[in-house]
Design a protein around this ligand. Structure first.
Ligand SMILES: Cc1ncc(COP(=O)(O)O)c(C=O)c1O
Length: 465
């Protein structure tokens, strides 16, 4: 109040000395009045910084091999590309609006496909909602279900949007971390070695807990939750009457014979679970931005309320392409020519290639059992070259990634962004690489790593930052 009064006085006295006092005065008053009103909605407080924007920009300014953001740099399978072409060329009505909650052939095939997979009767109208990517599904779910003061349990490391989405809905994120177990000397760590402490997890549930967000396979660690771990989560959700928002966008990407299990398939979980999927991840077409939520009508009806009052419906042609792609995959499911078999096989080869290459420069990858990411331990670099440029309070992994982009031409993502603020400093020794990349990108990565002159050499005589 006083600050604004002072500003008005200053503005009044300054232009009155000049000749164009009238115009300046009006402009000044307008500016002052505009400043007096709070511009930003309170729900945006503290969430304006997005690390992706920073790293994507930095990467664009250097000659780099980009292993940062999670998108394939190869074509979607030909059957999916053809499906999209059919959608844009064959039926002109696909240029028009469709049903608000999903293009009917898509909701129908999602219902039948996942119904069989999950052993659950799924109604296309009541139990399926098509959204703008899995991002849209998550946002709709948080807006529909999380109220002022509700607590949402988020398991760290977590896909970074869960926290701001909870906050925007007025909720309070409550964090619990996966902790790595001991690693035998000379062996690589594995994402299955990162576990929840059952007592710690149980302690996070309170009467205010509304939902728990589960992500399996997990981004960024690549952890695939075992049945036993899911049973623990499920029993706590049931015991405390808590909803489970299960983000399963990488469900097809599991390796070494591991199996993805949807928590909704466990007894008693259908009634309290939302299962979220993404055509972008499923068909290697992230730009299509088609996602979906499956769940019981008693929950879905609230998501439909958000959807009908926000975007109303998603682009029709993308939905038609996804519908046709699923129709084809349904016929091949479980067979060697299924994309859901071929993609993980190819990505397992990429994973193994990347692990070998990173090890050669002294990095220590944590072997992922799923997703298309792996994190790598940079503790050795942290102890040998701790003084990389950057603000003193900037987590080490962020400084390391900037240094690596600028000096080594490789882009990764600092893993501390997948942790809550207070925990970031405990997890600033990990960076995330993405391996859903073409052979030529992996070869280019190898070239950059060769030029690195070997991590061990770098450690012996650390480069000047
Ligand atoms: C765990 C997880 N959930 C959701 C999404 C968003 O998926 P979509 O591109 O379909 O919005 C991503 C994207 O990277 C992700 O990693």
């Amino acid at each position: 109040m006083f600050k604004n009064t002072a500003t008005v006085c200053m503005c009044l006295s300054e232009p009155l000395r000049g000749r164009k006092a009238g115009a300046s005065l009006t402009r000044c008053l307008h500016q002052t009045l505009a400043m007096a009103k709070r511009l930003q909605a309170r729900r945006l407080d503290g969430i304006d910084h997005n690390p992706w924007v920073e790293y994507v920009k930095l990467a664009s300014e250097h000659d780099v091999v980009n292993l940062g953001q999670g998108f394939p740099d190869f074509s979607p399978p030909s059957f999916a590309m053809e499906a999209f072409q059919h959608a844009v060329s064959e039926n002109f009505m696909l240029n028009q609006y469709t049903k608000a909650f999903g293009y009917p052939p898509l909701t129908k095939i999602l219902a039948s496909f996942f119904g069989k997979l999950l052993g659950q009767e799924i109604d296309p109208l009541e139990n399926v909602l098509v959204t703008v990517g899995a991002y849209g599904a998550l946002f709709t779910a948080f807006q529909a279900l999380v109220d002022e003061g509700d607590e949402v349990i988020i398991i760290e490391p977590f896909f970074d949007c869960y926290e701001p989405m909870t906050l925007m809905a007025g909720g309070r994120p409550v964090f619990v971390s996966l902790k790595p177990g001991p690693v035998p000397d000379g062996e690589l760590d594995s994402s299955s070695n990162w576990k929840l402490d059952p007592a710690e997890l149980a302690s996070r549930f309170t009467p205010r807990t509304k939902a728990l967000v589960l992500n399996t396979p997990n981004n960024p660690l690549g952890k695939v939750y075992s049945r036993e771990e899911l049973e623990l989560v499920a029993s706590l959700c049931q015991q405390h009457d808590v909803l489970c928002i299960s983000d399963e966008v990488y469900q097809w990407l599991v390796y070494d014979g591991h199996q993805h299990i949807s928590i909704v398939s466990l007894p008693g979980m259908w009634e309290r679970t939302l299962t979220i999927g993404s055509a972008g991840k499923t068909f290697s077409a992230t730009g299509w931005k088609v996602g979906w939520v499956l769940g019981p009508d008693r929950i879905m009806k609230h998501l439909r309320t958000v959807h009908q009052n926000s975007i109303f419906h998603c682009p029709t042609q993308g939905q038609a392409a996804v519908a046709e792609s699923f129709e084809q995959e349904q016929q091949r499911l479980g067979q060697p020519d299924s994309y859901f078999m071929q993609l993980p096989q190819a990505m397992q080869r990429n994973r193994d290639h990347m692990i070998r290459s990173l090890q050669a420069v002294g990095l220590k990858p944590v072997i992922p059992q799923g997703s298309y990411f792996l994190v790598t331990d940079i503790s050795d670099f942290k102890s040998k070259m701790p003084d990389l440029p950057g603000a003193a309070d900037e987590p080490y992994d962020r400084r390391f990634v900037k240094w690596m982009i600028q000096n080594k031409g490789l882009v990764a993502i600092p893993a501390s962004i997948f942790y809550s603020g207070p925990h970031q400093k405990h997890f600033d020794h990990l960076i995330r690489f993405c391996f859903v990349k073409s052979e030529s990108t992996l070869r280019a990565m190898d070239e950059k790593l060769k030029q690195w002159e070997g991590g061990y050499a770098a450690l012996k005589s650390p480069p000047r930052p």
